[in-house]
Design a protein around this ligand. Structure first.
Ligand code: MLT
Length: 315
């Protein structure tokens, strides 16, 4: 009898080492990084497992079409591009690699905070253009400034540690964080967002994008912030209302911002683009050799385990 060939579809790029793990097991691995949603729907029934990053939308429709699917792997932390409820209803486990890229995300947060506070991109651009304008760029130190962290999960916690190494005072807001974790992190925890906003010289966001966090920072919240505040978002687009932030930047109330996650991703269509002090990167928080190696290799192992009927940690 012919043996059944197990087929895995990878729709967002993962490292070759991850693919090699799956091929060594004898699985057929197809990498299709430019599938349209309709093409994904059409090929979904052919596969036993799927591996995605953040770009592929594993909707309820795709999951229902994936009749042979036994496991879905997310090579990253956040599963907001996978309809986990629909997968669970179909008996398909979804697994992720929740610590693979948290250091990279925390370091990118610090990179954006420093770049925004010192206007590094605009200064860099001016030197590339042949100018030498030292007076045009007068930045701010992080030292002895107050950083407000919204969301004290794994990434927020790593940012707190790094900020403290810079000599920042760290305050936080997170209804799900215990007082003992906050004190372990050296973060003064507040119960009310409106108490934290007026304290902060720097604000960073590390919450998932949910109905609760959509436009969590809108005009009303910007109005409560200190003049000259610097905001950073490496979490998800839509948590900060970009139009409101652009208004407050235009009014000189927000000094600068560092934004890795735009609401309109993948299009870079944002009112922030007109500001030199808006430091914008295209969803790079997890884009390091190290994080991608961890994510790609570990998700491949989990998916292989799942296909062999072994227990995998699911979301
Ligand atoms: C995540 O949520 O883990 C990141 O968005 C990962 C990624 O870049 O795919």
């Amino acid at each position: 009898a012919r043996e059944y060939a197990v087929k895995i579809l990878i729709t967002d790029k993962i490292v070759d080492e991850g693919i090699a793990i799956l091929e060594k097991k004898g699985y057929t691995v197809d990498t299709r990084y430019d599938l349209t949603p309709d093409e994904l729907l059409a090929v979904a029934p052919d596969y036993d497992a799927f591996i995605v990053r953040s770009a592929t939308q594993m909707t309820a429709e795709v999951i229902a079409a994936a009749k042979n699917c036994k496991i879905i792997g997310r090579a990253g932390v956040t599963c907001d591009n996978i309809d986990v409820d629909a997968a669970t209803a179909c008996g398909i486990p979804v697994c992720n690699v929740p610590t693979s890229n948290i250091v990279s995300a925390a370091e990118h947060t610090m990179a954006l905070m420093l770049a925004a506070a010192r206007e590094v991109p605009a200064a860099n651009a001016s030197v590339h253009e042949g100018a030498w304008r030292r007076d045009a760029f007068m930045g701010h130190e992080l030292f002895e400034k107050t950083l407000a962290i919204f969301g004290l999960g794994r990434i927020g916690g790593l940012v707190a540690e790094r900020a403290r190494a810079f000599g920042m005072r760290v305050v936080g807001y997170d209804p799900y964080c215990s007082p003992s974790r906050a004190s372990q992190l050296g973060v003064a925890l507040y119960d009310d967002m409106s108490e934290v906003l007026p304290l902060a010289d720097f604000i960073t966001v590390h919450v998932p994008r949910t109905e609760e966090t959509y436009h969590m920072f809108a005009a009303e919240q910007f109005a409560m912030m200190k003049d000259g505040v610097v905001l950073v978002n490496t979490a998800r687009g839509g948590i900060i209302d970009e139009a409101a932030m652009a208004d407050f930047m235009a009014a000189g109330r927000v000094f600068a911002c560092g934004v890795d996650m735009l609401e309109s991703e993948p299009a870079a269509d944002t009112p922030l683009a007109e500001f030199d002090r808006a430091v914008l990167t295209p969803h790079l928080g997890a884009n390091t050799e190290e994080a991608q190696m961890r994510a790609g290799v570990n998700i491949a192992r989990y998916v292989a385990n799942g296909l062999e009927g072994l227990v995998v940690p699911t979301v």
